[in-house]
Design a protein. Structure first.
Length: 327
């Protein structure tokens, strides 16, 4: 016996049917991020590139002492020699210096006593998976390594950008405070004044730890997300960030841009307040004049309700994705 329309309605689990074709295949996937290649300069057969940084102009202590960070930013120029022609597969098992005081690599060199002593590492930062730590609390804990004896160590655990962002500023501040405390002189004038060395590592050195290093470059040197990836990949050619983390760095780029704008605005306002205070001390204070009726009406915002009128609002027509089966 053929199935009737009423029988089909009885078998419906919902009173709605699909009105237009659609696909949710990529609904929960991060948008693809294509990182363009850097503009390389080939001189003497060696590729190199220069990344212009921005002066550190923040006044808050969220990332560390602003005086130290301004000096650090001014002392180091981001001119890199690219490793693309000299890279070997075996180099992925060791750590590479991204900055004169910052190394990036897997967990193997973090456990190597000779590597730690040879490169003068003073701070070990382990970037770990939250799920792996929940399954095994001592997973990649640098404090459990024999190589970390007498050294400072810290861990950063995250599984997604939502876990990473709240921990970013405290982590960068701790790194910068360690570097500042290791300076040979109070007023840093050369990058070599920093005696401390930081090793940031994860299990492979290719996915989680490069994200933290990229965020550090963006926050301290003011480079873009793509430039930070270029800097890291020029020294450690095997990194492989996920699209989710690349999108997170692009979002961080806008946050840092807004932070710098607010900092500049606050500095300008502070200078204006100081100038105003000086003028008050140099001139006699005048009694403020009350606003007149004309000033009140002319200063108010013209709240026009024409756009709220139903006749003036354009109603966007569309097709609902689902339709009621009983209609």
């Amino acid at each position: 016996m053929a199935e009737t329309a009423s029988d089909r309605l009885c078998h419906q689990t919902t009173p709605y049917v699909q009105a237009i074709p659609y696909s949710d295949k990529r609904l929960f996937e991060a948008p693809r991020v294509q990182v363009p290649p850097p503009s390389l300069d080939y001189r003497n057969g060696r590729p190199s590139f220069h990344v212009p940084g921005n002066p550190y102009d923040q006044t808050s202590h969220e990332y560390g002492n602003p005086i130290f960070l301004k000096a650090l930013n001014a002392c180091h120029e981001l001119a890199m020699n690219h490793m693309m022609l000299s890279w070997h597969y075996e180099m992925r098992r060791t750590a590479q210096p991204i900055l004169p005081f910052l190394f990036l690599g897997p967990s193997n060199p973090a456990k190597d006593v000779d590597f730690i002593e040879k490169n003068g590492i003073t701070l070990m930062v382990a970037v770990r998976s939250t799920k792996a730590v929940q399954a095994r609390p001592t997973f990649l804990d640098p404090r459990a390594f024999p190589s970390s004896a007498g050294l400072a160590a810290m861990t950063v655990d995250f599984e997604s950008p939502h876990d990473f962002m709240p921990k970013l500023r405290p982590t960068i501040r701790a790194i910068n405070n360690h570097l500042e405390s290791s300076c040979a002189r109070l007023s840093m004038q050369d990058i070599n004044n920093i005696r401390g060395k930081v090793l940031i590592f994860c299990e492979s050195g290719n996915d989680r730890s490069p994200v933290l290093v990229a965020a550090y470059l963006m926050c301290v040197f003011g480079v873009t997300a793509f430039s930070a990836i270029h800097i890291i990949q020029s020294q450690r050619f095997c990194i492989a960030m996920s699209d989710e983390m690349k999108n997170m760095l692009l979002g961080l780029q806008e946050i840092i841009k807004a932070e710098r704008q607010v900092s500049v605005s606050n500095s300008t306002s502070q200078l204006a307040d100081e100038q105003r205070d000086k003028e008050k001390h140099s001139t006699s204070l005048r009694r403020p004049v009350k606003r007149s009726v004309d000033d009140v009406y002319e200063g108010d915002i013209n709240l026009s309700h024409e756009t709220l009128d139903g006749e003036d609002v354009d109603i966007r027509q569309g097709v609902a994705p689902f339709a009621d089966v009983f209609d």
